[in-house]
Design a binder for this molecule. Structure first.
Ligand code: DX5
Ligand code: ZN
Length: 207
């Protein structure tokens, strides 16, 4: 049912059983979805720790045609960009809540590495923080968090839909992706407001 919308789906293996990651990635491949979302957490920017570049590298080596969409929830993303690019990341998403110095430095690293970039905003963050960066040609999408980042399986925060609408109006050509609490119903709401890509954790791996 979820696949009936003509949009991009990005399964997040954060929601999979960590002892069974190979089967989780296999499930993505078997479903015909060509990309996977990796949630990387440092215990500082978010109150949880997940996995590092080695997981990305292993997924990439085993499934080289799977596009790796890497969501860095790190206080110092620039420390890890080169490792994730080397591990096979196709796109790296940074949080716009970080200082301008860190975001700009990270975007420069991504530009030098010719890696696509995304910018993410948390539910309580105003869309204005994105504006200084959106002229950069390597930014190919905005990730609008629809839960407080850190954990899979949380409830969708519907108030963020207003931000999706606002961004769609101001940047009609920018791909808008929603992340957190996505299922058939919430994806339909997001799509109606202008989002065309959706991260799926629990609804894909536990649905
Ligand atoms: C939240 C992560 C999400 C999350 C999505 O911190 O960025 O990608 O794993 O999981 P669900 O879809 O279960 O909310
Ligand atoms: Zn994510």
């Amino acid at each position: 049912m979820l696949k009936s919308l003509a949009v991009e789906w990005l399964p997040s293996i954060l929601a999979a059983n960590p002892l069974d990651l190979r089967n989780a990635v296999e499930k993505v491949v078997q479903s015909g979805i060509k990309q996977i979302h990796l949630d990387i957490m440092d215990g500082h920017f978010v109150p949880n720790i997940s996995f590092g570049p080695q997981i990305a590298e292993n997924v990439h080596k085993t499934y080289p045609s799977l596009f790796l969409d890497v969501h860095l929830m790190l206080a110092r993303p620039d420390d890890f960009i080169d490792q994730f690019v080397e591990a096979g990341a196709g796109r790296i998403i940074l949080h716009a809540e970080l200082s301008k110095r860190i975001v700009s430095r990270s975007l420069k690293r991504l530009r030098d590495a010719a890696c696509l970039a995304g910018l993410a905003i948390n539910p309580e963050t105003n869309v204005d923080v994105l504006f200084p960066y959106l002229e950069d040609e390597i930014i190919d999408r905005i990730l609008i968090m629809s839960v407080h980042p850190g954990f899979s399986g949380q409830k969708f925060i519907a108030s963020v839909l207003a931000k999706v609408e606002m961004l769609k109006m101001r940047y009609p050509d920018m791909m808008l992706c929603m992340d957190g609490g996505i299922n058939a119903e919430t994806a339909t709401q997001g799509f109606t407001c202008g989002a065309e890509a959706f991260v799926m954790g629990a609804s894909f791996f536990q649905g």
